[in-house]
Design a protein around this ligand. Sequence first.
Ligand code: COA
Length: 319
Amino acid sequence: MFARLAGTGHFLPEHILTNAELERRVDTSDAWIRERTGIRERRVCSADESVVSMATEAAKRALAAADLPAEHLDLIVVATTSADRAFPSAACEVQHALGITDTPAFDVAAACSGFLFALSVAEKYIVSGAAKHVLVIGSDALTRMCNPDDRNTIILFGDGAGAAVLSASTEPGILSTHIYSAGEFASLLGADHPNRSDEAFQQEAWLYMRGREVFKVAVEKLAELVEHTLAFHQMKATELDWLIPHQANYRIIQATARKLNMPMAQVVMTLEKTGNTSAASVPIALDVAIRDGRIQPGQTLLLEAFGGGFAWGSALIRY
Ligand code: COA
């Protein structure tokens, strides 16, 4: 039994935050941001939008694409680290918003790699026969966790959600998933949950990042990851049709593509217009390239992500 991608969807808030607007808020420039990251603009949630509302919208689009009523879902997994509430989980709230009940629903926390971790869980449920249809969502609103005065972080992140319906099939779909974690890097990237009331703590709860060091480890781990994923299948990079990377930084993506000897024309990029949407970035890129017709049935896709934890992961998929 395989888990196949039956439908995908994504949602981005309407409000656009451009580099020009950031120039007015902090000591930065459009040229610096574009040169160092490749980002021109990102989307930001309005006051009445949230991780749950974005996730629900993306989920509805994925269910419609899969032509599957929500009632048929056996499991809902939401990857997020920025939900408004510690509990109930975002997944429980999404389940309710989809108008269903009883379906097991839980969150997975693996920061920017969350979607790959959630996908890995969903795949195991399907392959083991425990579920037929699983809804996997990545949804994050990291702009709310960034100190608006911190030019190191505020330029990088955007909000959004992406979703995929996985269904059991006898035809190959997800060929394998590979996930890794290394907790010793916690001091390089993280955010404390603002669940304490003292003001001093609240001030320090913003997302922190030592960008240059994160960059270095990300490039190194992603190179190992894609190499290992291909070796696992005794596959050559030339057999890949598309690389669908986490959209954190153009230069990190370029380094991974170079490692694979893949031209950038075979790399799905949304970064310029979305920034880093954390757990949402891979499923958004996946959905964009499916909907615009770049990704075709039968093609082979390599998904990868790296983020806080550190946690990183890949999936090799026959679409
Ligand atoms: N605008 C203008 N200048 C800035 C700036 C900004 N927003 N942020 C930092 N700078 C300055 C620095 O202060 C530094 O100045 P100095 O040389 O006078 O000390 C200079 O620009 C270079 O900073 P550095 O941190 O070395 O830049 P960089 O080339 O490493 O780029 C990042 C910074 C954050 C874009 C890059 O390190 C990165 O993308 N890292 C990975 C982060 C990431 O992906 N995190 C999420 C993982 S999921």
